[in-house]
Design a protein around this ligand. Structure first.
Ligand SMILES: [Zn+2]
Ligand SMILES: [Zn+2]
Length: 106
């Protein structure tokens, strides 16, 4: 079994871990940095390979926690494993996280 934790993102501009998800998955993946107000959208790419036996984080992420979408099945159940890999909790696909649409704050 593979224990996971909530997806952790760092601001691409200042490196702060205080990131909030400001939209909803059926709209976009716009995130905001609490420190410098930079906005960005995380996305995933297939890394190759898949794993089984993923245990979702406990507690599950809430609505403002960073999230993104699985490049394969479009699930929002994208988590980080203990070795720092990004994986889809629904289909088990190993993913690479990318930061797109970076708009630096004031
Ligand atoms: Zn920042
Ligand atoms: Zn998936």
């Amino acid at each position: 079994m593979i224990q996971t934790r909530k997806l952790a993102l760092a601001c691409p501009q200042c490196g702060s871990p205080d990131i909030f998800y400001s939209c909803t998955p059926n709209c976009c993946y716009n995130h905001v940095c609490a420190d410098c107000q930079t906005t960005f959208e995380p996305a995933t790419r297939l890394r190759g390979g898949a794993v089984t036996g993923i245990i979702p984080p406990d507690p599950l992420p809430d609505a403002t926690d960073p999230t993104t979408e699985c490049a394969k099945c479009t699930s929002n159940a994208v988590y980080t494993t203990q070795d720092g890999s990004v994986v889809c909790g629904d289909c088990g696909t190993l993913l690479t996280l990318e930061i797109t649409q970076i708009a630096p704050g004031a």
